[in-house]
Each structure stands twice: as C-alpha cells, then as structure tokens.
Design a binder for this molecule. Structure first.
Ligand code: FHN
Length: 615
C-alpha cells in the first residue's frame, strides 16, 4: 500500500490554496472573507472552538467539487461475487445486491466462504477511469467498505478484506490502481465508507463499540494516508438494528473533526453524522432530485443506472441516456451534483450496458455544447425554472435546457425574477435563429427550427444582469457573547466576527472563557447587499435564533431546537447598510449558527465579510 507521501499531502494543500486563489479571482470570497491563505486549519477542540473552517458554497476546498457536477459511483465488494442471487439450502432463490447477506439471511460462515472465492482479476482501473471520462464524469466514489464490513484494500485492522480473504492476486491493490489511473486522468477519487458494520463483532455491543470505532478511525487513516482521497462518502449512519446502529451526532462531530485534522482539504458528505444540514459539507438525496437548491447546504443526488447499486445479473432495467442527460441538466440548474452508479460484476467488469449508456451520455453532453449548461454552471434565481426544462447560469450567460421543444410558432416563456436584459440568444448546435421578446413577466423565446436532440436542446442567453453596487469592504459584525442564555449582565466577550459561520458542535463555544453549554451571542451591525432585490436570509441554528433587519423581526425561532434552517424574504437595497441583529442561544448539546443569503442575482452563500459592518 502506498504511504501518503509528503509530496501528495503538499500537493493536496497546494490544490486547496490554488482553489482559494481561484475563488478569489472569480470573486468567490472565503467564509472568513479573508484573503486566501494556507488550507483551513482543522479546529482543535473545547470551548472557543468553531469547527466551521470555511463556507462550502464558496471555498477553494470545495471549488473542484462544485465545478465538477457529475461523478461516478461504484458499488463493488464481496457481495458482487454473488452477482445478486443466492440459492438457499432449501433450493429457494433469494435476490438482492449489496444487501444480499442480510436480506437473504446468508449465514456468516457461508458468506465468508463465498468471499474467499472472490477474484476480480478483470478489474481494469484504466478502463473504469476511461469510462468515467467518456461519460463526462469528473470524480469517482468507490465503495471501500460497505455494510458487510469487507474492506476493498489491504487494511491492517482485520483480515476481512480483499487482500487477506479472497482468491484475488495478493500483490494487487485495486484502490491504489484506481488512484493511479484517476490521478493520471485528472479525475478526483473519493471513497464510500459504511459506518454500519454487519461483520465486526464489536459493532453491536455498546460495551465493545469503542473498540469498533478505534478500528474504524484506523481504517479511515489508512485510506487518507495511503490513497489521498479528495472526498469521503459516508453511509450507514441511520438508526438500525441487526446489528443495532448507535451512531450519534456526537460520534459524527468527533469523526469529522478527526478527519479534518488528518486532511483539512478533505470533502465529507452529511452521512458522516446523521444526514443533517450541519453534518459534513453536502447533503445526499438518494434516487431523487430536489426541486430547488437545498437550504443551508450543498447537495449531490446519487442514483443507480438500473435498480441496484451492486451488480445484479438479472437487472436490465436501465435508465435511458435521455433520462440521464435530463437529470444532469436539472441537477446543475438547481445547483447540485449528480453521482451516477455502476456495479461491477464478480470479475470486476462494469456491465457493458452501463458502459454503453455512460458513453452515450458523454457524447450527448459534448454535442451541441450541452456540457456548458452543466460544468461550472449552477442555479440562477434570475428566472423561474420553466415547465419546459431547466435553466442554469455561468457568469453572464444563462443556459436554457429545453426538454419540451415547442410546436412551430409557439414561444418558450421565461419568467424573470429580477430586472435583467437578454442581449443575445443562440441555439447551441444549430444555425436556426431564435428571437427574444419581452413579454408579460419575462421573455418569449421563439425558435425557428427543430430541437437538436431528443434529450434536450440548450439555448445560450447572454444576459445583462441587474446593476450591482461595488463590492463592500465590511469587516464583520460586532459579536457580544454571554456565559448565560438570557444575555444577562455585561457580555463576557466582545469581538468582531467576520462571518456568522459557527459550528460549535458539542465542545465548542464563542470563546475559551465561555463554556460549551448555556451561552448566548448577539451580533449587531449592518448588512450591505450588492443588489436591490428580495434576498432570502437563511439561518442554520441550534438551539435558538432570532434575526432583525432594519428593526423588524424576520426570523423568530426562539424555542430550543435541534439543527434546522429558517428562512425569511427581505427586500434590500443595493449599497445600503441595513441594520441587522442576530441573537443565538445555546442551552445544552450541539450549537450551530450560520447566516446565509441568496437573491435572484446572488447564489446561496454564507453572508461574506465584505457585506457585514460592525456597530
Ligand atoms: O444501504 C445503502 C445502499 O446499499 C447504497 O449504498 C446506498 C447508496 O447511497 N446507500 C444506502 C441506502 O441509503
């Protein structure tokens, strides 16, 4: 197994710094609003700790992920050796893929005997990476360990792994092979890791669960140090039985802090904790696509290509290429990522039917500039999502992906949500003329020819967005914190907080002299928007939050609660300093407070420092 060399880690940190610089050049301020510096330092622990190291919506650390939009999920493990089917001793046949051991009640010794014959000799990392590239997938997430506990790398923590318990060549390491191939192809590599473990005897018993956690942490360190993944995709976080899954929000907070001490540049999904808005860097809707951007967190929709994650030889219910392309366009237009799955067979080969669809998807994305609507593009609030497709934005261009082309003479109507101008329009991949006419609450686009394909036709609209006030030079809000929940007496600490992006979790607090429970903070100052638009203010809070703008209470969530979002629509004036006051109290347990905003012209982000003025 390769050791995680200093060059690799330095390269990783360099990537984060370059990303930060890129973010600065593209105007993506970092959460602290500060100038790009070294990779965010992972928080220590205890009172005074804020575990939030940056704003995932704008940070250099997540920049590659937000640009990539499209990834390949790979479910591959000991279950693949059964190819989705198990014949019980009584002759009955039970079918499942990666859950086959549990759903077919395969005795552990039988499952172990089957695993001992697992020999994915045909696994070809270059071919896998080539397929991802041909599909237009820019990152890969492969199962390193699924619920059955079987590790797909030569872990030293047990012998239940591909090196020690299979018929596979003991000199090979498929994760290392995949890492080399992905690096050579410029594709980021992440690992799926299941917290829930059906095989480890220490998982089920509360008395021995700490021993399991110790092995889990050691395995994750092996993965981070040995393979330098860009991302960890946790799973198996939910409350379950057989074995009972006791994973708690506190476990998740501890694991996330540990991982960011190992590698501050790592991206982690929300299933590191309990799949909440405060866990990890992004949400993970599964087999579904949210209808709009998710409040308070980035998101990635993961889906199967057929009906199974792991290989199932009988499952030929493949999604059409058109469905895949349309899903990707919809995901990009709503500001998310799309992680589409393949399940290699017991030999390690991706099914040809998957390869064919992925190649066709890549061809369709490359054709007629459809990829412009996806890569580096994101949600826009400038127009409402139309019934005939989706719209994404990249700089001063909107990409209208039309999935229901109008009959001749009928226009495509776009409802505007801000005073914008469309200065030109072009049907990508076609010479046809398309006219744009102001109409009612927006614009009518009138094509003059046929669509460019069955899946979608992309129309590029050059827009002049609403006028923006110059970027602000704020330094943050005045923060007064108390070591009590009722703001009683003089504040214990008064500072300037550059942003309101606080993940105190269980052990942190606003200052070392303020305990982790029973504290309060009041921020005061002014909010200076760049656009005269209706902004959506979003808070992520635990336990309570109240927000006033220009003296009006706009968010009032004063009852102690677990981590959740609240939103308020507030009309703001470009360049004007709107008085703002935010109050947060923490009773016991977790503590979080984030203030984000979005508007038709502004993508969702932590309100940046430049827009906040102390008073
Ligand atoms: O139980 C797993 C399942 O096998 C698969 O890995 C999916 C993929 O996200 N996650 C869990 C179900 O939510």
């Amino acid at each position: 197994m390769r050791s995680r060399t200093r060059p690799a880690r330095l390269l990783g940190l360099l990537g984060v710094v370059l990303g930060l610089l890129g973010a600065l050049l593209t105007g993506e301020a970092t959460a602290t609003g500060g100038t790009p510096g070294p990779a965010p330092r992972a928080a220590a622990a205890g009172p005074g700790t804020n575990h939030a190291v940056d704003d995932p919506f704008t940070s250099g650390r997540t920049s590659w992920w937000r640009q990539a939009r499209f990834g390949m999920f790979i479910h591959f493990g000991a279950y693949s050796n059964l190819e989705g089917e198990y014949t019980r001793p009584d002759g009955t046949v039970c079918r499942n893929a990666e859950w086959i051991k549990r759903q077919c009640a395969i005795p552990t010794d039988v499952y172990e005997r089957r695993a001992a014959t697992f020999d994915p000799a045909a696994f070809d990392a270059e071919a896998v990476v080539r397929t991802a590239k041909e599909a237009g997938q820019r990152y890969i997430v492969i199962t390193s360990k699924h619920h059955d506990g079987y590790a797909m790398w030569p872990t030293k923590q047990n012998r239940w792994n591909l090196r020690d318990h299979s018929a596979f060549d003991p000199h090979r390491d498929i994760l290392a092979e995949l890492k080399r191939a992905a690096d050579a192809a410029g594709i980021k590599l992440g690992f799926y890791y299941s917290i829930w473990d059906w095989h480890d005897p220490d998982f089920a018993d509360p008395a021995t669960f700490p021993r399991y956690k110790k092995r889990m942490y050691a395995q994750l360190k092996e993965l981070v140090d040995g393979y330098d993944p860009a991302l960890l995709w946790f799973d198996g976080e939910w409350d379950a039985d057989n074995p009972v899954n006791r994973w708690s929000p506190r476990d998740g907070a501890g694991l996330q802090a540990y991982l960011h001490r190992l590698d501050p540049g790592l991206i982690v999904n929300n299933r590191v904790g309990k799949k909440r808005v405060v866990d990890g860097d992004y949400g993970t809707p599964e087999q579904e696509i949210p209808g709009e951007p998710v409040a308070g967190q980035l998101w990635e929709s993961c889906m199967t290509l057929n009906d199974h994650w792991g290989f199932a030889r009988y499952d030929t219910n493949w999604k059409s290429t058109a469905t895949v392309v349309r899903s990707l366009l919809a995901v990009a237009g709503r500001g998310g990522n799309y992680l589409l799955n393949v399940g290699p067979d017991r030999h390690g080969r991706i099914p040809q039917a998957s390869v064919d669809r992925l190649r066709a998807t890549g061809r369709r994305l490359a054709a007629h500039g459809r990829g412009d609507a996806v890569y580096g593009a994101g949600h826009t609030g400038l127009v409402a999502e139309p019934a005939w497709g989706t719209v994404s934005r990249k700089g001063d261009a909107l990409y209208a992906s039309v999935t229901a082309w109008p009959t001749p003479g009928k226009p495509l109507h776009l409802t505007a949500r801000a005073p914008l101008r469309i200065t030109s329009a072009r049907v990508l991949g076609s010479e046809q003329k398309i006219t744009v006419t102001p109409a009612g609450d927006g614009f009518d686009l009138m094509p003059s020819g046929p669509p460019t394909g069955p899946e979608a036709t992309v129309v590029r609209l050059a827009v002049r967005p609403p006028a923006a006030a110059p970027a602000g030079h704020g330094t943050g809000l005045t923060a007064r914190s108390w070591a009590n929940e009722d703001f009683g007496g003089p504040p214990a600490v008064t500072t300037i907080d550059p942003v309101l992006n606080m993940s105190y979790r269980f052990d942190g607090s606003p200052a070392a002299r303020i305990p982790a429970d029973h504290f309060a903070t009041r921020w005061t100052g002014a909010l200076r928007p760049r656009y005269s638009e209706t902004y959506t203010l979003t808070t992520v809070s635990d336990d309570t939050v109240r927000v006033w703008v220009d003296g009006r209470l706009v968010i009032d969530d004063g009852t102690a609660h677990g981590p959740r979002t609240d939103r308020a629509a507030v009309a703001l004036t470009a360049g004007h300093r709107h008085a703002v006051r935010v109050e947060h109290t923490e009773r016991t347990g977790e503590a979080h407070l984030k203030l984000l905003w979005s508007s038709p012209s502004q993508e969702q982000q932590i309100v940046p420092r430049g827009a906040l003025y102390p008073s």
